[in-house]
Each structure stands twice: as C-alpha cells, then as structure tokens.
Design a protein around this ligand. Structure first.
Ligand code: HEC
Length: 430
C-alpha cells in the first residue's frame, strides 16, 4: 500500500510538467458531459422545455459562460427549496464539486478533450417519459387556437375506462408545445354534477359548477414544461374508478399564429392490485384578497388527516405574485418540524418536492402552509400592482394551494381521510 503510494508519487514527479497539466485539465468529455447528462439533459435536449440543447460539445460550447453563470447563481438546475430544510429524493441541486468542475472547465477555456473519455450518450424514451403507456386517451378533436388574445382555461372531457383501473404512472402530453402553457388532468367520478353537460370534443371555457371536494374529482396529472410526469413507487397506485372521466384543464397561450392542439394522457397500470392508494389532496386559502400595492400579503392554509398517511410529494402553488411558502408539521405529540421552505417562489417552476425516505404523518398531524405575496411594483412579474387580487384560474389572478400526494391502505375508504375540503376548495373563512 505504502510503497504503491510512493511509487505513484515518484511517477507523478517524473512526468514532464506539461503532460501533468494536460492530464489534470478539465475537459468536456471527461468531466463535464457526465454532469450535463445527470443534471441538465432531461430538459436541455431537442423537444424538451429548455431553449437550447446541451447534449454535445458543439451544443454546449457556445453556452459555456452562461452555464458557469447559471450554476454559480444557482439559477440552474431549477430548485426553489431551502436546502437546509428537509430532504427530497428529487433534489436537483448540484454539489459544490459539480459547480466547481463546471466553472473551472469554463475558466480553463471550455476544451473538448478526448472523445474516448466520453460517457455513452443517454438514451431518452421517444415521446413518453413514463415508458410505453398501457393506454392513451386523447382529446377527440383538435382544438383551434387563435393567433392572438387571452384564452380562458379550456376544460375538455375525455371519457375514461369501463372498469376500475389502478394507475402507477400518468403523463400528460401536450399536442402542441408551442402554445400549451400547462395542462392539469382531473378525474371526475361517474354521475358527478361537475360540468355534467360536458361533451367529448366540446371544450368548456367557463364551467358552471365546481368539482366536488373529497375523494373524487381530484387532480391526477399535470403537464408543466420541464417537470417529470408522476410515477408512483411500487405498491402505490391511484384509482380511476369505472366510468370516471378525465377532465383536461388546458391553458393555451396564443403566439401569433393560428394553430391547433390535441393533447393526450398516457397511463401505465399497476401490474398487481397495490397495497396503497394514492390521491392528490390540496389545502388552500381560497378567500385570499391581496390589496393593491401590498408587498407582503400573508395567506395560510391548514390540513390534517383522520388516519396515518404517507406523504409522497408536496407542491406549493401560487401565481405571479407568489413570493414564498413554508410548510410546517405539528405532530400529535406537539413536536414541530419544517417540512419545506421555499424562500423565493418561482412560478415558472411548479416543483413537486418528494420527501426522501418514508414520511408518515400520524393521524391528527397538522400541516400548516403560510405563503406570502408581493403585489407591489417591485415584483417584476406583477401584471398590475393597482389591482386587488382574488382567487382565480388566470395567472393574473392568484391561488394559494398546496398539492400533496398522500398514500393510505388501498382497502380503506378514502372518505375517512378528510377533515378539510380538497382542491379546488369551496370558499370558507381563511
Ligand atoms: C427542469 C428543467 C431544467 C433543468 C434540469 C436544467 N435546465 Fe437550464 N433551463 C431550463 C429552461 C426551461 C430554461 C429557459 C428558461 C429560463 O432561463 O429560466 C433554461 C435556461 C438555461 C440557461 C440559460 C440561462 C440564461 O440566463 O439565459 C442555461 C445556461 C442553463 N439553463 C443551463 C443549465 C445547466 C448547466 C443545467 C444542469 C446543471 C440545467 N440548465 C438544468 C430548464 C432546465
């Protein structure tokens, strides 16, 4: 061991200086490409959310300075949670070492290095990120999008399955990414009065009724650029009951050219009946009322469950005036813990934070979410500081909702869970 080390040291000293420097030089293929593969290419490749590809040296080289800047300022990869609170399995933050490698590569001339050091290129699933879906349900007709204007959210009915389905993974695929800002897929139980008159292929812009709260009519999947689709751990699945419909809520943003969209939802079914059922639950403060020019408006929402639940994911949702959000847990024994702190909320990144390990909330644990809003002119995203702002769908309205994926034994009646209404909420005192 010792002699090996001495031999290595002697060998290193014996190398001519230039060769040693070359040996240590940080190159694209040896040092940088593996980081880009692991941390960036999910979004930075053709057809995905980011504006430029970082797949190859020639793709990445022109962006070298911007890459250094983006990683030093922690703008990239996008991740808004305070790193000192909680542990999340999908944490995207780079290690200090990765940041240094990228920035030293740029400082030392962003050299390519030797192709033979390159890792094998990643293989990306064509089309569906969840793998080949067992079923795909789509809009029955293309929807016409005008060249200009602001469209209300469009609600589009897609008939579901004729038997109960346990679903392991969902993916919403926009038909036309250029104008689909986001899509939320809800399910609606058979016989629900919520948009009871909806017909497949006939979009509804102004729903006459709100979804039922509780165990049905929940949100199941979302498409937001750059956010991976929902794939549940083995043994966990969402139930789509027989005769339930899918209600797509699509936000279209016209971009100057009249066009069409036909979005769809892919499903991977659980291979066996799961031990645990998962639902998306939302806690919300629907009565928010943000005064004009108010720079620090506070809104709070709470939840607690009647049974033990496992928390698989949590996503604080606000719009353009959203500033920060903090979620704390108070256990039945009085112990308090901060679950998630998002000090600088960024509307562009609708991140679902997935707690690492098994986070079980004993029955009666109180979840408390506190969010702040900036309706002042100092908020660069603020569309109109002179407006009093209320709950609403459009990004110029606001929301204070925290979506959670919670799991409980599959043989339990989900209604046992609820002590407060689920998303979207009926108005109640804040
Ligand atoms: C979750 C998706 C996602 C991941 C992961 C991601 N990016 Fe990005 N990136 C984007 C999007 C979308 C944009 C354009 C919008 C923006 O700038 O916020 C962007 C913009 C950029 C820009 C341009 C910034 C500017 O100031 O114009 C750089 C440079 C960049 N990313 C580098 C990286 C690097 C390096 C990584 C990995 C270490 C990475 N990104 C990971 C989605 C992502």
């Amino acid at each position: 061991m010792r002699t090996d080390r001495i031999a290595a040291a002697v060998f290193a000293c014996a190398l001519p200086f230039a060769a040693l420097a070359a040996e240590q030089k940080i190159t694209f293929h040896k040092n940088v490409e593996p980081i880009l593969q692991a941390r960036c290419q999910a979004c930075h490749r053709p057809g995905e959310a980011a504006p430029m590809s970082l797949l190859t040296y020639s793709d990445a080289r022109p962006w070298a300075k911007a890459i250094k800047q983006a990683v030093l300022t922690k703008k990239m990869p996008p991740w808004s949670a305070d790193g000192s609170v909680g542990h999340f399995r999908n944490d995207r933050r780079l290690s200090q070492e990765e940041i240094e490698t990228l920035s030293q590569w740029v400082d030392s001339g962003a050299v390519e290095g030797n192709m033979k050091d390159a890792p094998a290129p990643l293989k990306f699933a064509e089309g569906w990120a969840i793998g080949k879906p067992d079923a795909v349900l789509g809009m029955s007709k293309p929807f016409d999008i005008p060249a200009q204007g602001t469209l209300d959210y469009q609600w589009i009915l897609i008939p579901g399955f004729q038997e109960d389905k346990w679903i392991q993974a969902f993916e919403v695929r926009p038909g036309n990414r250029a104008i689909v800002h986001h899509v939320a897929a809800f399910w609606r139980r058979k016989g629900s009065p919520w948009m009871a008159d909806a017909q497949p292929g006939v979009p509804i812009a102004k729903p006459s009724s709100a979804p039922e709260t509780g165990s049905s009519d929940g949100i199941i999947a979302e498409y937001v650029p750059g956010i991976p689709p929902l794939a549940l751990p083995k043994g966990y699945a969402m139930k789509l009951p027989v005769g339930a419909d899918i209600m797509l809520q699509v936000h279209y943003t016209p971009n100057g050219k009249a066009t069409t969209d036909q979005s769809s939802v892919g499903f991977v079914f659980a291979s066996a009946p799961p031990e645990n059922q998962v639902i998306t639950y939302g806690m919300a403060a629907p009565m928010l009322k943000i005064p004009p020019y108010e720079a620090n408006y506070r809104a709070q929402a709470n939840a607690s469950f009647g049974v033990d639940v496992r928390l698989l994911g949590i996503n604080p949702h606000m719009h353009l005036r959203g500033k920060s959000s903090e979620i704390t847990l108070t256990y039945p024994d009085g112990r308090k813990e901060t679950l998630l702190n998002v000090p600088k909320y960024d509307f562009n990144w609708q991140i679902t934070y997935e707690p690492a390990g098994d986070l079980t909330l004993p029955a009666g644990t109180r979840l408390e979410a506190v969010s702040y809003y900036d309706n002042s002119p100092n908020n660069p995203f603020n569309p109109d500081p002179s407006k009093e702002v209320h709950w609403g769908d459009q990004t110029s309205d606001e929301m204070m909702a925290v979506f959670m994926h919670i799991a409980f034994p599959a043989n339990m009646d989900p209604r046992a869970l609820f002590r407060r209404p689920a998303y979207p909420p009926k108005p109640s005192a804040e």
